[in-house]
Ligand binder design. Sequence first.
Ligand code: OGA
Ligand code: NI
Length: 360
Amino acid sequence: MVMEKKDEEESTYLKGVRNLCESGTKKLPRKYILPVPERPLQSKSPSARFKLPTIDFSQLQDSNGRPHALRSLSRACQEYGFFQIVNHGIPSESLLSLLSSARRFFELSCEEREKYMSNDIRAPVRYGTSFNQLQDGVFFWRDFLKLSCHPLLTFLPFWPSSPPQLREEAMSYAKQSKALFLVLMEAILETLGIGLSVLKELKEGTHMMVINCFPPCPEPDLTLGMPPHSDYGFLTILLQDKVKGLQVQCGDDWITVDPVANSLFVNVGDHLEIFSNGRYKSVLHRVLVNSSKSRNSIASVHSLPFDSIVRPSPELVKENQRLYKDTDFASFLNYMTTHETNQKHFLESRKVANMSPDSQ
Ligand code: OGA
Ligand code: NI
C-alpha cells in the first residue's frame, strides 16, 4: 500500500512541474528539496558589479572592427567561457514571438504535452522534466521540450503542431542560430590560430534546441531549476525572456546573468574545451527559480555530427601535451543513462589524467 502511494507520487513528478503547479501545490514536495550545501544562497551576491563580456556581432563581420572583436572573443572564451552577443541581426520581434509560442506550448493541456513525453534520450522530440530524470535523486524545478534540428527537414514533421506558430518560428530560429554558430566558430578558430577544416563538419553537426520552462516555485530557496552543469557541445546559444534565473560560475562566485533585450548569451561547452585542448574552458552554470514569475529560455546546443570523434585539434597538441581522450556523442548519451551528469563529471572522465591503461 505504502509502496503504491510512492509509485503514484513518482509518476506525478515525472509529469513535470507545470502539472504540479496546475494541481495547486502550495508547498515544495520533498522530491525537490536539495541537501543544504547544494541549495542556492540567494543572499550572497558578488562583491563588485560584474560586467558581462559582450561581443558586437556586426563588428565581427566588418573588416575594420574584426581585430578588436576577435580579441574580445578570445579573452571571453579563455577567461570566462561565456559572453553575450549583440547586433546579431535576428529581428527582436521574431525572438519575442518565438518565446511567446514556447510559453504557450507549456500552457497546453497536460494531455497535449504528454504526447511528446519519452524516456528515450535519442527521440527526435522529447518532453520531460528535471535535469537528467533517469538519474536525478532530487528533482529540479524545470520542464523542457527538446527538438532535434539537424537535418531540419528530417525532424520537422515530428515537432509539435501546437501552438500553431511554434513549428514555423522554431524552424526559422534554428536556421538563424546555426548560421550564428558557424560565424562564431569561424572566428573562434581564428582566435585559436588554427585552420578552418572543422567548419565543414560542424555545418553538418548535431543541433539540439532545448525549450525550458521554469514555473513559479513555492519555496525557491530550497531547490534549483537546473543544477550546476556544463553543456556537452561546442557552443550553446541561449535565448531567454526578461526573467532572471541563469547564473554562471566565475571564480568562487555565481554571477546572475541580467537578461538584456535582444541579446543572446553564449557559453563554451565541453566539446570546445576538448577541441581547444583546454585553452577554452566550458563553464559551469545553474538556474535559480523564483516564487512569482514563470521563466522561459531556449538553449541551442551545437556540435559535430553524431558519429564524429571529438578530439583535441592536432594543431593545438603539437607543443602542448594532449589533455583529453577521444570521445563522441554516443558515449556521452551512454554516460548520461548511467551517471549523474551535473557538475563537469562527463568532461572529467575524458581527461587524460584519468585515463586507465586499457581505455586509450
Ligand atoms: C541549459 C541551460 C539555462 C537557462 O538548457 O542547458 O543551461 O537559463 N539553460 O535556461
Ligand atoms: Ni546548460
